[in-house]
Design a protein around this ligand. Structure first.
Ligand SMILES: Cc1ncc(CN)c(N)n1
Length: 223
């Protein structure tokens, strides 16, 4: 069995719960309150900004120039495709400069990005790809699960189109293949470490939906 399938199976219940999370379901049905989506978009812009830097750390840790280029193309894609989509949403959702000024990453967004940096700074390219792969793969599966949905809210339709696209599918395939290639060249202990990064990221993906669904706050903002 492929390494990617092995590690995905280890965390299958959380994977499925993520795809069926109420936040995701309500996007498909068009019933998610825009307040929650606005919260998600702001947190996700923070997340993606750091995600692109982690992709670039992957480029820096690659052992050949072709891989460096590939990882940089992925970082560029995060900027051009995903973050620019966020800029469009920011206008539609009326995210103001004041919103941006007072923005704080929520606990889960902060913890998830910290996990990615931890994997990136302490590990090699295989650790980085293992940690960032759930970000690609789960959104791809969400795009597939909701591909026949036609939410009335145009913002949700556009979001679904992005993650159900051929472009996104190809990026996911490329990273899965890359992970499997690296897994064949490393020691069992390194594979175990890669699996742990992957499993933690899968759990953070679930927590990220949950964060936006419940408008997660720091205790200091409530008490
Ligand atoms: C938290 C999160 N994970 C994944 C994706 C899809 N790249 C995203 N935009 N945000």
């Amino acid at each position: 069995m492929l390494f990617s399938d092995q590690i995905q199976q280890e965390i299958e219940p959380v994977w499925q719960a993520s795809i069926q999370h109420p936040f995701v379901k309500e996007i498909g049905e068009g019933t998610l309150p825009l307040e929650n989506f606005k919260f998600y978009i702001m947190q996700d812009a923070y997340y993606l900004t750091h995600f692109a830097k982690v992709q670039s750390l992957g480029a820096a840790k690659a052992s050949d120039l072709a891989t460096t280029k590939k990882m940089n193309v992925h970082a560029q894609g995060t900027y051009e495709a995903e973050l620019s989509l966020h800029e469009t949403f920011s206008k539609l959702l009326n995210i103001t400069e004041q919103d941006q000024r007072v923005f704080q990453p929520a606990p889960t967004a902060y913890a998830y990005t910290s996990h990615l940096y931890q994997a990136a700074y302490q590990g090699h390219l295989g650790d980085i790809i293992a940690a960032i792969l759930p970000c690609y793969w789960i959104y791809h599966d969400v795009g597939e699960a909701l591909k026949d949905k036609q939410p009335e809210e145009p913002i949700y339709q556009e979001w679904l189109n992005a993650y159900g696209s051929e472009w996104f599918k190809n990026l996911v395939k490329e990273q899965i293949n890359h992970l499997n290639e690296i897994a064949e060249t490393v020691t069992p202990a390194e594979r175990e470490r890669m699996k742990n990064h992957f499993v933690i990221s899968v759990q953070y993906e679930y927590m990220f939906w949950d964060m936006a669904y419940h408008l997660e706050q720091w205790p200091g903002d409530i008490i």
